[in-house]
Design a protein around this ligand. Structure first.
Ligand code: HEC
Length: 123
């Protein structure tokens, strides 16, 4: 398939998904929100590297380290929502608000916390 056609199909498909969600009314408000609020083309892995990796790869200033299950299990004891909240607002003056990703929406940041946990805690 030519690239142009792939792109067209992609657009048609996403329109279809959105239309069916709206029409069925069976999707929860939360699901519709997720569709609407992740920044277009958002990729947690790429944005992690750009915004969070500088501190979270090395553990600079006591940052919980990417891929370290112990570091993240201890954090997760507070609850996922608290971690997301601390990512959005910053934490202890050393974790900067939004992890310095100022173009990230709250849902982008939430997806990134999930990404870090998924990559770090593998059961
Ligand atoms: C300038 C360095 C820095 C950057 C950039 C950064 N962090 Fe952090 N982060 C920290 C430090 C340091 C801590 C530990 C703070 C503490 O426990 O006192 C932390 C803690 C956290 C926590 C745990 C909060 C808690 O309640 O225990 C999460 C989740 C987190 N960061 C996510 C992110 C995400 C997502 C990004 C990128 C969007 C990011 N961070 C970017 C330094 C950074």
């Amino acid at each position: 398939m030519k690239l142009k056609n792939v792109v067209k199909t992609g657009i048609a498909l996403s329109g279809l998904v959105l239309a069916s969600v709206l029409a069925s009314g069976s999707a929860s408000a939360g699901q519709t929100l997720t569709l609407a609020q992740l920044t277009e083309g958002f990729d947690p892995a790429r944005t992690y590297t750009q915004s969070c990796g500088a501190c979270h790869n090395s553990g600079a200033a006591g940052a919980p380290r990417m891929g370290n299950a112990e570091d993240w299990s201890a954090r997760l004891e507070k609850g996922f929502d608290v971690l997301v909240e601390h990512t959005i607002s910053g934490f202890n003056n050393v974790m900067p608000p939004k992890g310095m990703c100022f173009t990230c929406s709250d849902d982008d940041l939430k997806a990134m916390v999930q990404y870090i946990l998924d990559e770090s805690i593998k059961e």
